[in-house]
Every structure is written in C-alpha cells, then in structure tokens.
Design a protein around this ligand. Structure first.
Ligand SMILES: *Cc1c(COP(=O)(O)O)cnc(C)c1O
Length: 365
C-alpha cells in the first residue's frame, strides 16, 4: 500500500474545503456555467501573476497548444522544432495541425531542450520552435529567442509544467509569441477537472486566440475563422480562483521539499540541476538511477510512490515515427531509461522526505 503518494490531492482538498464550498455554491446559484464572471476574474489573476497583457482561458493545455499553432497559421508542409523529452501533447498538436515535429536533443543535466542544437535543425520549412519548460524550470529563452529572431521563427512556450517559473526575472510563457498553460489537476496550479490557458503580450494575437477558442467567433453566431470549442467552464475557474491565492506559497513549499531532498541525499544521488538564472518551481523532482525497475520496487516496498516521466522518447513513439524528423536524440533516449520522479508537493512533510531520501541512499549504497 502506498503511504506517500506522488501528489496528495486528498490532503489538498481537505485543507481547502472551507474555501471551496462557498465558491462552488456561488457558481451553482448563478447557474452561468460557461463564461461566467469567475472566468474573467481568473484571466485577471493570471495576467497579474505573470505581468502579461492577456490570458485567454481554454479547456486544457493540449488545446492551448493546438489553438496557438492554429493562430500562428502553422500547417501542412511546415516544420516545428521541439524536444522529444516531453509529454506527448507538445508534439501531438504539431502533427494535429498537419505540420512536422522536428526533434532536437536535450541537455542531460536539466532535461531541457539544448539550444545549441536548434540551428542545425532549421530548414526552409521551419516556422516555429516550441521550447518546453519541463519539470518546473525554463528552457534557455535568451538563446532560443536569439535564434528565432535571426531565422524569423515564431516561439510557443509550453508552460504546462512551469506556471510562475522565471528566468532572470522574466516569467515563463511571456517571452515568446505565445505561452500555453495547463491547469490539469496534478499541475502546480490545478483545477479539479481539465483546464488550460494561453498568454501573450500581443493584443491582436490575443483576439485571434480568443476567437479560435470559441468557434472563430467574436460576436455570437458571427464566425470569422475556423475555430474549436475550447472554453474554461465557470466551475473550474471558481476552483482555480480559490487555489490561486496560494500559488506562490505552494511553489515556495515545493522548493523547500527539493532542498530537503538535497539535504538528506548522500553524494551518490544524481540530482536535477537548475539552469543559471532560473527560479525553479519543481513541478517534478527527477533523479537518475541505473536499474530503475528494481529502484521503484525498492521504494514501493516501503509504501513510497515514484513515477517515470517519460519512459519513451517521442521520436520513438509508434504514432510519431512516420510523422516526425529526428536530429539525434540519444540523450533523450538515455534519460527515458534512467529518470525517476519522487513525490513532491506542498503537502509532503520533512519527515516523509527524509524517509524517502534515506531509502534512496540505501539503494545507492
Ligand atoms: C500536461 C502537459 C500538457 C497538456 O496539458 P493538458 O491540460 O493535460 O491537456 C502539455 N505539455 C506538457 C509539457 C504537459 O506537461
């Protein structure tokens, strides 16, 4: 039986119940379930948090990527450069709009896109780069933006795992043309169902994104573009507004948990590195081990959860092999064999972290 889960949403709900119930009741009483006032309030909350002009809510983080690609008019014949070491949605949506995902390898220390490998992958068909701010920290945006400017490419920041992360003071999602966010329940700011959003500082683009998310419509029954039905429902916005109050505090707790792991691990453990200038929000705390299967069983025997993000590099997924281009992804493949993420959340205690760390130390020693 698992005593220490990866994320403890039951602990979270118990702690927030007194805040959540009146917010939910208000939505029920108002009975405005799509585009209620809580949705506008949530947009404002995220705009204030990130210091960005516009937040456009949508149904989930995958739709956010899809809507971003549609708004930038990326289509069949185009290529988009991204990381093979990410959740499937990053590349799936590129293929969904008919374009080709082009994979470049990662930095083995941070698991982030290695910006020094991007230029070699650019062709006359390249239209955009999608850096992924994986596990809670930002890819090297300074280098990526320089390459994008030089080659006239669009940049969509996949910020699903890194809300409120920053790099030299600049917020994740606000540097490229568009940032996409997921509010999936286990993300650092999670709804209690699916939810997503897009951020941009470009007002025209913001209007286009909002239209695409709502059937290409500006006014009811007037359709200017081919869009999708992807709206954030009022109930999820109300829940997110309650949780929003705690987001900064919860990220600080996650950073504390990472520091506890590092305090209790002995020197042999291969811990994740933080890129210079980054404020890491630790969506995941991911180490590397040899003999991963035995390692996970070793933890599970003591009731400690662990998880593998990600076991298969996207260029090796059966669904992508015929659709994508790979520019050498050996380090991604190696990471897929070795990575293991340990429990991290605002709810885990120092005693629990210490127990896990000691168990990890025993496996290594
Ligand atoms: C979670 C996630 C997504 C997709 O978000 P959903 O809300 O689950 O659709 C996209 N990219 C990355 C890197 C993610 O972690």
């Amino acid at each position: 039986m698992i005593r220490i889960p990866m994320v403890d949403l039951q602990r979270e709900v118990a702690a927030l119940k007194n805040d959540l119930m009146p917010a939910i009741e208000k939505v029920l009483d108002n009975a405005s379930f799509i585009k209620g006032s809580e949705v506008d309030h949530f947009d404002e909350n995220i705009q204030n948090l990130l210091g960005v002009k516009q937040h456009i809510s949508c149904a989930n983080g995958t739709d956010a990527l899809k809507i971003a690609l549609m708004a930038l008019e990326i289509k069949a014949g185009d290529e988009v450069i991204t990381s093979p070491f990410t959740f499937v949605a990053t590349a799936e949506t590129i293929a969904f709009v008919g374009a080709t995902p082009v994979f470049t390898d990662i930095d083995p220390d941070t698991f982030l896109m290695n910006p020094d490998l991007i230029e070699a992958a650019i062709t006359s068909r390249t239209k955009a780069i999608i850096p992924v701010h994986l596990f809670g920290q930002m890819a090297d945006m300074d280098k990526i933006m320089k390459i994008a400017k030089k080659h006239n490419l669009k940049v969509i920041e996949d910020t699903a795992q890194a809300i409120a992360a920053s790099q030299y003071g600049k917020m994740a999602g606000t540097i490229g043309d568009i940032g996409t966010i997921s509010y999936f329940p286990s993300k650092n700011l999670g709804a209690y169902g699916d939810a997503g959003g897009l951020v941009t500082n470009d007002s025209d683009l913001a209007q286009k994104l909002a239209m695409i998310a709502n059937h290409g419509s500006k006014r009811k029954y007037e359709h200017h573009l081919i869009g999708v039905n992807s709206r954030l429902d009022t109930m999820q916005a109300a829940i997110l507004n309650v949780k929003f109050k705690y987001i900064k505090e919860w990220i600080e707790k996650r950073r504390q948990v990472a520091a506890w792991y590092e305090k209790y691990f002995n020197a042999g453990v291969i811990i994740p590195k933080t890129l210079a200038g980054n404020y890491h929000t630790y969506h995941q705390y991911t180490i590397r081990v040899k003999h991963r299967e035995a390692f996970q069983k070793w933890l599970a025997d003591e009731g400690m959860a662990s998880a593998v993000y990600y076991p298969i590099s996207l260029d090796e997924q059966p669904g992508f092999i015929h659709l994508s281009v790979s520019n050498g992804t050996d380090l991604s493949h190696q990471a897929c064999k070795e990575v293991v993420s340990l429990p991290i959340s605002p709810w885990i205690t120092e005693a629990e972290v210490r127990e896990i760390a000691e168990r990890v130390n025993q496996f290594n020693g």
